[in-house]
Design a protein around this ligand. Structure first.
Ligand code: KIV
Length: 264
C-alpha cells in the first residue's frame, strides 16, 4: 500500500486488486500511533476494549461514552489508517432511528471514518439508513460477541446459510465491508467469493480479503486465555515483566536514577 489515507474506496480497490487488508484493534493514542506507522490499513476501536482494557468477561458493559473516549484517542493518532469505531451494546440493536442517532454522534464526536455494528439480515434497514445518512458501515457477522449469551458462548458459528444471508444482506444494504468472526474457513471463503465488498476475518481462515486480530493478542500481552485463531507474533508480556523487574531492582539498589538522569 502507498502512503495515502485509507478510505472505503481504497479498501474496495484492494479487494479488486487482490491486495490483502490488515486491520488491528487500537484503544489508545500510543498503540494507534505505532500501528499506523507500521502500515496497518484499518484501526478498529473495538468494544473488545471492555475485556482488554477494562477487565470485563464480555463486551456488554462497555458504554457509548467509553467508545467515544477511546475513539477520539485513536483518531488523534491515525495519519494513514482508516479508523472504525464499534457501536457498543445495545446501541446498534435499538432500531433504525436510535442507531442512526448514536452512529452519527460517534462519527461527529470521534472523527472516525466508519462504524461497525453487529448483525446482518436483521440490520438491513438500519445499515441502509446509516449509509443514506453518509455513515460508512462494517457489518459484523458470524460470532457476534454482543449476543454471546443468546449464542450460548464464544463458539464457532457453523450455519453457513445464515452467515451468507447476513453477509449478502449487509452488502445489498450498502455496507462497505463485512467482518466475519469464528466462521469455518470454507464458509468464509465461499462468502468472500460471493461478495463484491471486502471481507475481513477473525478466526475465519486465510481466504478472506483481510484479517483482524486484537492487538494485545498478537503482541503476547493478553491476560488469560488466548483464542485458537490467534498467532502471537511477540511476547511483550515477558518483556514488560523483565523491564519492570529491572526497574524495581535499580530503584531499590540505588542505581537509578544516576547523575545523567538527574538535574545538577
Ligand atoms: O471488538 C472487537 O475488537 C472486534 C474484533 C474482535 C473484530 O469486534
Amino acid at each position: 500500500m502507498s502512503n495515502k489515507c485509507v478510505t472505503t474506496s481504497v479498501l474496495m480497490k484492494m479487494k479488486q486488486d487482490g491486495q490483502t487488508i490488515t486491520m488491528l484493534t487500537a484503544y489508545d493514542f500510543t498503540f494507534a500511533s505505532l500501528l499506523d506507522e507500521a502500515g496497518v490499513d484499518v484501526l478498529l476501536v473495538g468494544d473488545s476494549l471492555g475485556m482488554v482494557v477494562q477487565g470485563h468477561d464480555t463486551t456488554i458493559p462497555v458504554t457509548l461514552h467509553e467508545m467515544i473516549y477511546h475513539g477520539r484517542c485513536v483518531v488523534r493518532a491515525a495519519k494513514r489508517a482508516m479508523v472504525v469505531v464499534d457501536l457498543p451494546f445495545p446501541h446498534g440493536q435499538l432500531g433504525v432511528r436510535q442507531t442512526l442517532r448514536v452512529a452519527a454522534r460517534v462519527m461527529k464526536e470521534t472523527g472516525c471514518t466508519a462504524i461497525k455494528l453487529e448483525g446482518g439480515a436483521e440490520q438491513a434497514e438500519t445499515i441502509h439508513a446509516l449509509v443514506a445518512a453518509g455513515i460508512p458501515v462494517i457489518a459484523h457477522v458470524g460470532l457476534r460477541p454482543q449476543s454471546v449469551h443468546a449464542l450460548g458462548g464464544y463458539r464457532v458459528q457453523r450455519d453457513g446459510q445464515r452467515i451468507a444471508a447476513d453477509a449478502l444482506a449487509a452488502e445489498s444494504s450498502g455496507a462497505f465491508c463485512v467482518l466475519m468472526e469464528c466462521v469455518p474457513a470454507d464458509i468464509a471463503a465461499d462468502i468472500t467469493r460471493q461478495l463484491k465488498i471486502p471481507t475481513i476475518g477473525i478466526g475465519a481462515g486465510p481466504h478472506c480479503d483481510g484479517q483482524v486480530l486484537v492487538t494485545h493478542d498478537l503482541l503476547g500481552l493478553t491476560v488469560g486465555r488466548v483464542p485458537k485463531f490467534v498467532r502471537q507474533f511477540a511476547d511483550l508480556a515477558d518483556a514488560v515483566r523483565q523491564s519492570v523487574s529491572r526497574y524495581n531492582e535499580s530503584v531499590r539498589d540505588g542505581t537509578f536514577p544516576d547523575e545523567r538522569e538527574s538535574f545538577q
